[in-house]
Design a protein around this ligand. Sequence first.
Ligand code: IMP
Length: 417
Amino acid sequence: MAISAIIGGQWGDEGKGKVVDLLSSEVDVVARYQGGANAGHTVYKDNQKIVLHQIPSGVMRDDCKCLLGNGMVIDPIELVEEFENVKSKGLTINNIFISMNAHITSPIHKLIDVNSEKKSNNKIGTTGKGIGPTYVDKYNRKGIRSCDLLDNENLKSKIEKQTNRALSSHQISTDDLNSIKNELDMFFKACNTISKHITDIMPILHGSDNLLIEGAQGTLLDIDHGTYPFVTSSNPSSGGITTGLGLPLNKIDRLIGIFKAYTTRVGNGPFPTELFDEDGEKLQNIGKEFGATTGRPRRCGWFDAPLAKYSIMINGFNEITMTKLDILDEFEEIKVCTEYECNGEKSKNLSTFINQFDNITPIYKSVPGWKCSTVGINSFDDLPEKAKEYICYIEEILHTPIKHISTGPKRNDMIIR
Ligand code: IMP
């Protein structure tokens, strides 16, 4: 059994969907282990764009089984919408299997999420998909799991209890509740629809010959290792795989870190290399940096090497895929943050300053841009010399091989080294 995992090395949106899609040609199963409808993985089929939120990107291949692991939080309404969307693109949903122990996001969770953001003085900038409140219920041992969807009466009673708890703790009001009556009806219908996909996924997972694990979000959004409290509520880092799927630690052969050739972040929280100038706007416009789930503009900045090194250390990446190299094509000068300075102290290790992250000054090294198109280039040798130098420079700082380089949105816009 060969197992590979694809994990976001930065703050999410690194282009993991495309890499999963590429590698899934070699695998029989693709599994997700955390997160839920907050994710947005963009893939292309016959030049048609498909945005996946909860369904693993393996759905693009008819013969690939897709598993939604116990560590995920599943939104039934959104999942049914996704089912319809992938079916309309000619793809099958027959190979999608949901773990019996995955937790369920209800319309109440979404209300709590949105209300809590409205009231907060320290907004996280969540996706509003109810992710945090679903995980809160899970860890409070009050969660609804997908196995609960198999018994309608039990499900209704659990939703009633969840609603009463939210009302009595003033997380939602009766007006709020009235406003989601239709949504609650849709929820029960959607639960019924997705219940056909709920099963014991262990035999598929452990019976796979070639398994690909698909991370969502990114390492710096990890609840334990990210820029807390501006994080998501799960463990996108490799540590989440073992609990989020039920795979032993010693089974994973290949850990692939996905990094953009620059850095982006959506939502609030510190971001040392963020650009507020023309270069930032250029990255945002050329890179079409708008959230796949919420449409929010993504904040953009230069590549942050201390952040990448930390991510490699936390996850144990043995190789890197660099995405969106082509977005840097028009820049005269490209910067790479090589070190941080905080209160007069310098460090190349992010962990030194992780709790003072909003007080960091990045120290940059400038490298010359290549000023010509790399879009669609498939061979490393065909890249302009300065683009090769940029990649080799980053590889040298990170001490980790960059084995794939994405040069455009299409499936084949990829260099395999
Ligand atoms: P939540 O996961 O909706 O609770 O949001 C928490 C933080 O994670 C916010 O800053 C979101 O913008 C960010 N976030 C959640 N999912 C993604 C993602 O898939 N890509 C990028 N950022 C995300």
